[in-house]
Design a protein around this ligand. Structure first.
Ligand SMILES: [Zn+2]
Length: 99
C-alpha cells in the first residue's frame, strides 16, 4: 500500500496547481497535480480550476470518510438501512484508495 502526500493541499495562485505545504514558506512545496496544460486535451478553464479544487479537497474528503466509518453504527451484515449503506459506500471508497 502506498501513502499519499500528507495534507492539507492547497491551490496555487494560478488556480490549476495543487501543492501541499503551500502556505509554509519554510518548506519546499510538494507538487500534487496540475489540472491544465497546453495540449488540445486540456479541459476548459473553469473545469480545470474546479478539478484543482476537487483534488485539493481530497485529503479532507478522505478524513471525512474515515470519520463516517468510525461513527456510524455497525449492524448485521445484511442490514440495508441508510446508515449501513452510507458506511458501506465509505468503506468501499477507502478500500479503493488503499490499493
Ligand atoms: Zn443498518
Amino acid at each position: 500500500m502506498s501513502h499519499h502526500t500528507p495534507g492539507p493541499w492547497y491551490i496555487a495562485a494560478d488556480g490549476y496547481s495543487v501543492y501541499n505545504d503551500y502556505s509554509d514558506l519554510d518548506k519546499r512545496p510538494t507538487a500534487i497535480a496540475v489540472t491544465t496544460d497546453s495540449t488540445p486535451f486540456a479541459p476548459p478553464d473553469d473545469e480545470a480550476k474546479a478539478n484543482a479544487k476537487l483534488i485539493a479537497a481530497a485529503p479532507e474528503l478522505l478524513a471525512d470518510l474515515h470519520m463516517v466509518v468510525a461513527n456510524l453504527p455497525v449492524h448485521e451484515a445484511t442490514c440495508t438501512c441508510r446508515s449501513c449503506c452510507v458506511r458501506a459506500a465509505a468503506e468501499l471508497t477507502i478500500r479503493r484508495l488503499d490499493t
